[in-house]
Design a protein around this ligand. Structure first.
Ligand code: XLS
Ligand code: CA
Ligand code: CA
Length: 446
């Protein structure tokens, strides 16, 4: 690799253990440490995102960039793009994160035509392939940016203009192929501006049909090129539009089922999008796991006092332990992983701040994994749930679910006095203590 950008960190970040006072050593994250018989790294498959960490200079809607990002150089040309890729892989190698994720536009300049953009992306994908080879870092997922350019102001697949649909299709086709070429194990579709700002100019029925057609086209192309990765949809309820169609896990699942697509896509669940939808991250992961839709995770957090998608780095074990418990019980994420779709605060201007953010996020995730594994090993939470539903394994429960009893049959049994339910405590506070016990016990064993 060429000239170093992250000169404050000369060696790969090491494990220093829970008592280490070095802020740039891991306290918990040990990729090879066995958890429930599998290395941590295989459960978590953590990745760094290119957009927030390398393509963003700290600008917001009120002001210019603040971050020290020499590789951005103020230009959106091939030379600056090569620098950015070099910076990203230098960082990845020093952090020791095994995966990364990017949008086509995070790495390639737009150029003056689609053909030029495609050529730019191909050339930079070749460079990325070389860096992957050198560092051992792999691609967790690729995606196409269908929201930044003004042509997408009214959506991509759901745009009133079929020419915009076609443009988006061209971009996705090519990025799917680039993802395949780089060995990506997933391809993500986040419905950037697939939604509306006002219903006064929006035909909901048409837009739904357009979106379904688009998703079918992606499935067809995946089969045509033999892409072995998973297709993922990332729900988000609002922002940038007032209402986004891929609102949450359950509405995406319903949409897919309605259009015969539910075997083709799984979900990329983002923590901050869950809370924007008025759910907990736990809810979204649990829904996906319960319905065979668990694909991958965008790990971050919102701010309870700020109503939008702040995309902060995850730093709360309590927030992550139950989502991880669901993931462990589902057997893991398979081809998915934990992508840190998180950005620094605008005042964290030093280059090294990016290390502090990722070191903390990896440690937090690792600690939550240990706590979740403790919960799985002790088994009392699961046993309690099992016992709570035990009646459904008895004659009455099996007959109801098996379709053997009508409303009239049930009425007859109740009227005959054969059925008289008794009150049972849900024991929520006791169970909350069980979770805390595992959090504290895992912290002692870390
Ligand atoms: C935006 C989304 C986006 C997707 C990828 O809110 O999180 O970054 O993850 O397009
Ligand atoms: Ca995301
Ligand atoms: Ca987000």
């Amino acid at each position: 690799m060429g000239e170093a950008f992250f000169t404050g960190v000369t060696e790969p970040i090491r494990y220093g253990g829970p008592d280490s006072t070095d802020p740039l050593e891991f306290k918990v994250w040990q990729p090879e440490r066995l958890v429930l018989g599998k290395p941590m790294v295989e459960w978590l498959r953590p990745g760094v995102c290119v957009w927030h960490s390398f393509s963003w200079d700290g600008r917001d809607m009120f002001g210019a960039g603040t971050l020290d990002r020499p590789w951005l150089g103020g230009a959106d040309d091939m030379a600056a793009s090569r620098e950015r890729l070099a910076a990203a892989f230098e960082f990845l190698a020093k952090l020791g994160a095994p995966y990364y994720c990017f949008h086509d536009r995070d790495v390639a300049p737009e150029g003056s035509s689609f053909a030029e953009f495609r050529a730019n992306l191909d050339a930079l994908a070749d460079e990325a392939a070389g860096y992957q080879e050198q560092t051992g870092v792999r691609l967790l997922w690729g995606t196409a940016n269908l929201f930044t350019d003004p042509r997408y102001q009214a959506g991509a697949a759901t745009n009133p203009d079929p020419e915009v649909f076609a443009y988006a299709a061209a971009q996705v086709k090519h990025m799917l192929e680039v993802t395949q070429r780089l060995g990506g194990t997933n391809y993500v579709l986040w419905g950037g501006r697939e939604g509306y700002d006002t219903l006064l100019n929006t035909d909901l029925r048409r837009e739904g049909e357009q979106l379904a057609r688009f998703l079918h086209l992606v499935v067809e192309h995946k089969a045509r090129i033999g892409f072995g990765g998973q297709l993922l949809i990332e729900p988000k309820p609002m922002e940038p539009t007032k209402h986004q169609y891929d609102y949450d896990a359950q509405s995406v699942h319903g949409f897919l089922a309605r259009h015969g697509l539910d075997g083709e896509y799984r979900l990329n669940i983002e923590a901050n999008h869950a809370t924007l939808a008025g759910h907990s991250f736990h809810h979204e992961v649990a829904y996906a796991a319960a319905n065979g839709m668990l694909g991958s995770i965008d790990a971050n957090r919102g701010d309870p006092q700020v109503g939008w998608d702040t995309d902060q780095f995850p730093n709360s074990v309590d927030d992550l332990v139950m989502p991880l418990y669901e993931i462990l019980r589902a057997g893991g994420l398979g081809q998915g992983g934990f992508n840190f779709d998180a950005k620094l605060r605008r005042q964290s201007t030093d280059r090294d701040d990016l290390f502090h953010a990722h070191v903390g996020a990896l440690d937090t995730l690792a600690m939550a994994l240990l706590a979740a594994a403790d919960l799985v090993e002790r088994g009392d939470l699961a046993a309690g749930v099992e016992a709570r539903y035990a009646g459904w394994g008895g004659e009455l429960g099996r007959s109801i679910l098996g379709g053997g009893l009508s409303l009239a049959d049930l009425e007859a049994r109740v009227a005959a006095g054969a059925i008289s339910p008794v009150r049972r405590s849900g024991g929520q506070e006791r169970l909350e203590n069980v979770v805390n016990r595992s959090v504290w016990s895992a912290a002692r064993k870390a």
